[in-house]
Ligand binder design. Structure first.
Ligand SMILES: [Zn+2]
Length: 59
């Protein structure tokens, strides 16, 4: 099941929507995006929070 993550769902003013086939791939993509676009290095706390915002694509 494909999944997606929207920056705005965690309160970031950003239109980015990351999509991947698995939650693990998605979090890796989100981590790379956060680092390159927001200058944020995801720690375990942020990853745990981001995981709660992962949703099925199109949901
Ligand atoms: Zn973003």
């Amino acid at each position: 099941m494909a999944v997606e993550f929207r920056c705005r769902d965690v309160g970031v003013a950003c239109k980015n929507v990351a999509r991947a086939e698995t939650a693990e791939e998605l979090i890796a993509a989100v981590a790379a995006h956060a680092r390159s676009k927001h200058g944020v290095e995801l720690n375990q706390t942020l990853i745990d929070y981001a995981v709660t915002k992962v949703r099925p694509t199109g949901g």
